[in-house]
Ligand binder design. Structure first.
Ligand code: AMP
Ligand code: MG
Length: 324
């Protein structure tokens, strides 16, 4: 395990000093350092895998006129810059879709800011600031992307197993083996059998990652493509970690035709004006595409068998709390 560089004296002189002291203790914590190193290995392994498949890494977008509406409430910080109204990136969903106008295969290590509601604090899975490896492929279908994820995950796990062997040993972590094809569970079947918290129930029982597919339309955002053969359901997929670690990935095919996009925006009770820049791009023509996003902190947490995502980042932004 990585050693702390300095053993510093603790001299809290005020409440603020105590908070800073706590933040400094956090980054000196060997477990946290191990979590960060695992994330660093995971990013490198992912990047090597994707470059090997001719993906182009695009730079992240931090402020933009439009960002992911998400399907759950988060507060909506905006920046006014000389009268231009910018939102802070909640995900690169729209920009990566637009990026497929430039390149067939793109990925990005994208900082996401989500001012999550208080009821998400203490899940061990949510931070206010996190990084998503967000990926999109022009003209790809859901099956293509599910295969890509399976191959990428196998590669990341085996690379981390060998490059980070001493860290995994220090943490007492044995990563479970991964089959080349992961199990697929239909959302409705899982819900019927295990009730509303089916995702965590199934995650606790699972020995390896598995897919949840065919997610009902109302559960997701307007940009996820409805299955033409199965109306009311989306060509979406979530990958769930085993051992109770919960959701790893959300992904899917995208609505790309202007008429469908407008219909889906209105069905959500939203207005095309809220997404003006994206709608204008769709008017000019967007290619079909499919992709996914994987949270780096959740991946590092699972790789290390860590208690919470906070242990995978030096400066965790905790929900509703002060952080450095
Ligand atoms: P979503 O678009 O909400 O499905 O998020 C995509 C992925 O980002 C998820 O599958 C998680 O791995 C990760 N993620 C989402 N929200 C958070 C959060 N608040 N903190 C850490 N990771 C997150
Ligand atoms: Mg999700």
């Amino acid at each position: 395990m990585a050693q702390a560089a300095h053993a510093a004296a603790r001299v809290p002189t005020s409440a603020i000093d105590e908070r800073i002291d706590g933040a400094l203790q956090h980054l000196r914590n060997p477990k946290v350092q191990a979590g960060v190193v695992l994330g660093s290995h995971a990013r490198r392994a992912m990047s090597e895998f994707l470059h090997g498949r001719d993906f182009v890494e695009i730079p992240p977008v931090i402020v933009a006129p439009v960002t992911d509406p998400l399907n759950h409430p988060v507060s909506d910080p905006r920046v006014d810059y000389y009268g231009h109204d910018f939102q802070l990136t909640r995900s690169m969903i729209f920009h990566k879709q637009l990026a497929t106008l430039a390149f067939e295969k793109v990925f990005c290590f994208s900082p996401n800011l989500r001012f999550e509601p208080l009821d998400r604090s203490g899940t061990g899975r949510h931070l206010v600031e996190f990084t998503q490896m967000d990926l999109e492929v022009r003209d790809a279908g859901r099956d293509d992307i599910m295969r890509l994820v399976e191959e990428m995950l196998t590669s990341v796990v085996s690379t981390v197993r060998s490059r980070a062997a001493p860290i995994l040993q220090e943490l007492g972590r044995t990563l479970p083996p991964i089959s080349s094809r992961l199990r697929r569970v239909r959302y409705e079947d899982a819900q019927k059998e295990f009730g509303p918290s089916f995702e965590l129930e199934l995650s606790r029982r699972a020995k390896e990652p598995f897919w949840i597919i065919d997610i009902p339309l109302l559960e997701r955002e307007f940009y996820d493509r409805e299955d033409p053969k199965h109306p009311g359901f989306l060509l979406d997929m979530d990958l769930i970690y085993p051992e109770g670690y919960g959701e790893a990935i959300s992904g899917g095919e995208r609505e790309h035709e202007l008429g469908r996009i407008l219909e889906r925006i209105r069905a959500k009770g939203q207005t095309p004006d809220e997404f003006r820049w994206y709608v204008e791009a769709a008017r000019q023509g967007l290619p079909p595409s499919c992709g996914f996003g994987i949270g780096i902190e959740r991946l590092s947490r699972w790789l290390g068998g860590l208690r919470t995502v906070e242990e995978t980042t030096l400066f965790p932004k905790r929900i509703g709390a002060w952080s450095l």
